[in-house]
Design a binder for this molecule. Structure first.
Ligand code: MEV
Length: 317
């Protein structure tokens, strides 16, 4: 989360390891990307939120049907009393429902801009915590990993209810993110995992623990800069995520395309079901080649291998 001439910026993110497991108390590793949300706020006649490029404008209303209006009210509720009404302008650079932390970045950027505008600026820890009021409206039961990554940036080890730990990767990570083209609802995906856990607690509990253990293993490999081994852990996590029911044929196909093009590992990132994959490569040139292959598509994979929107991201440099 950084101040800027043009308001406050909050990061989008990719989850490297541990999504869904983190909701149930296990470790996750997340990396901030340099796409996110920028927001600015100023005193006005009434509380209003304008979001571009969506062309959306809402009032703050805790009883509204529109979740954006309720979430805006929830975040303003965390401000000190006696404040002036605020107009907040937010600019979103991330696709929604893609697993890239769009909603958390929006909540964190709006809260940061609003705290500035009322003369009570909040630091990353407070922003991550207080913006959960926003995230609960959209995601029901958020672990907090998206909000923490949006607020702190960098690469984080995160466990629910604990302060995030910044990680210094032994080598920069050259990642490729590719969007399968369909959105998914984090709320529905998280609720689906919870329902399966309730139905078969032992098997699902073990699968979630395995995903958490992969995040623990990945943390050491990340710190050591052992990208090849880390890639293998990402591949294993993709299998683990499919086993808890959040995979999708399109995402699995994109992972295969990325691996064939030279990625050292690939998995879905975020809630799954739709949205994005993240592929790990061993350098910027390899990342470019993998992004090009994903953008070109692979007819050998049928419809699931159709061209995907892909971009490279270097983290931990
Ligand atoms: C979403 O980016 C990550 C999930 O683990 C949900 C959460 O942690 O709140 C699926």
């Amino acid at each position: 989360m950084s101040p800027g001439a043009d308001g406050r910026f909050a990061h989008g993110k990719v989850i490297l390891l541990g999504e869904h497991a983190v909701v149930h108390g296990h470790l996750a590793l997340a990396a901030a990307i340099d796409r996110g949300v920028r927001a600015a706020a100023r005193p006005a006649d009434a509380d209003r939120l304008h979001v571009t490029p969506w062309g959306v404008e809402v009032a703050a209303d805790p009883d509204a049907e529109d979740p954006l209006s309720r979430a805006f009210a929830a975040v303003l509720e965390t401000l000190p009393g006696g404040r002036p009404p605020l107009r907040v302008d937010a600019r979103v650079e991330l696709p929604g429902g893609a697993g890239l932390g769009c909603s958390a970045a929006l909540g964190v950027a709006i809260l940061a801009a609003a705290t500035d505008a009322v003369g009570a600026p909040a630091g990353p820890a407070a922003l991550a915590e207080r913006s959960l009021a926003w995230e609960r409206v959209f995601h029901g039961n958020p672990s907090g990993v998206d909000n923490a990554t949006a607020a702190f940036g960098g690469v984080l080890a995160f466990r629910r209810g604990e302060a995030p730990t910044p990680i210094a990767p032994g080598r920069p990570l050259d990642l490729v993110v590719a969007h399968g083209g369909t959105a998914s609802s984090t709320k529905a995906m998280v609720a689906g995992v919870a329902a399966r856990l309730a139905a078969e607690p032992q098997a699902m509990g073990a699968r979630l623990a395995h995903l958490g253990a992969l995040a623990e293993r990945g943390r050491g490999l990340l710190e050591d800069g052992d990208l090849r081994a880390l890639g293998g852990v990402l591949d294993e996590a993709q299998g683990g995520l499919e086993a808890i029911g959040v995979g999708a044929p399109r995402l699995a196909a994109l992972c295969r395309v990325a691996r064939r093009a030279g990625a050292v590992g690939a998995k879905l990132t975020g809630a799954g079901g739709g949205g994005c994959i993240v592929a790990l490569t061993d350098g910027p040139e390899a990342a470019r080649a993998v992004a090009d292959a994903l953008a070109a598509g692979d007819p050998g994979e049928g419809a699931d291998g159709a061209p995907a929107e892909a971009f490279t991201a270097r983290v931990g440099a």
